[in-house]
Write a protein that binds this ligand. Structure first.
Ligand code: SAM
Length: 257
């Protein structure tokens, strides 16, 4: 495997290709070869997690890890190990090869498969579960085809609870639209408050919401920072687009000692 091949794998077209920035160490390997098309604020999301949770020595489960930005960066920040699940074979191969080039194969175990949220998945224990922007794809990227938005929403909660049983903390993010289709909104008014209530009500017997991160844009510099909710930032803000309206959740399983 050479660096050219790594760039080629990164660029292979799929529905979720070039979704994430490459992790910093990977940019160093293939600098100049990669074209980043989309912007999903990986650095800003990671920054929120690192401000709230000490990841030193933690075992991470990354479900739907795409091209591994969070997995590699958490290892860089001191996490002990990562179990990486990615249903797209090209993305999973990219992460496997990048891990080899970075001599991290011993720390990151790549599972090139869709996580099924059933007992057939991992039986290991983790400290931090990453479940970012996966569950609104239920019945589309993976899983049974649900007929109604309300049955999909029940399944989203079931899968979130299932994931929360795998580790102490869950770093969670959800899109506002089922399958990413704006004709299938999950919430009547598309507001952050509706999403927060949905998560809170659904998980309350299993998890506490420790932190919620809301994107704020600094008007002069244009930079984005995720901060705790306030009466100002909680309002739906169409000027920053649907993705930045998605809250970040840090959940803690109630039953971890
Ligand atoms: C929208 S992207 C989000 C990527 C990343 N989690 C983030 O937020 O930056 C969703 C990714 O999850 C993968 N995926 C979707 N459902 C999955 C599942 N059940 N198990 C593993 N990977 C999944 C897709 O192939 C895609 O790479």
């Amino acid at each position: 495997m050479d660096e050219q091949k790594l760039s080629e794998l990164y660029s292979r077209i799929s529905k979720h290709s070039q979704y994430q920035l490459p992790a910093l160490d990977i940019v160093g390997l293939v600098e100049g070869n990669m074209e980043i098309i989309h912007q999903h604020y990986e650095r800003e999301r990671l920054d929120f997690l690192l401000r709230k949770i000490n990841v030193e020595g933690k075992r991470v489960l990354d479900i739907g890890g795409n091209t591994g930005y969070f997995s590699f960066e958490l290892l860089n920040s001191g996490a002990r190990s990562v179990a990486f699940y990615e249903g797209n074979e090209d993305h999973a191969e990219f992460v496997r090869e990048a891990a080899e080039l970075l001599n991290l194969s011993g720390k990151i175990k790549v599972h090139s498969q869709y996580f099924s949220f059933t007992d057939n998945d991992t039986h290991s224990e983790y400290d931090i579960v990453l479940l970012l922007n996966v569950l609104h794809h239920v019945g589309d990227d993976y899983g049974e085809k649900f007929r109604t938005i309300s049955s999909a929403k029940s399944e989203i909660i079931r899968e979130l609870i299932f994931a929360s049983e795998k580790g102490e903390y869950v770093f969670f993010q959800l899109g506002f639209n089922w399958h990413g289709d704006r004709n299938m909104p999950l919430f009547a008014n598309g507001t952050k408050s509706e999403m927060i209530s949905f998560v809170q009500d659904g998980i309350k017997d299993y998890c506490d919401i420790l932190h919620v991160g809301i994107a704020e844009r600094d008007e002069s510099s244009g930079t984005i920072t995720y901060n705790e909710p306030t009466c100002w930032n909680i309002k739906r803000d169409d000027s920053i687009g649907e993705f930045l309206n998605r809250p970040l959740f840090i959940l803690r399983n109630k039953f971890f000692a």
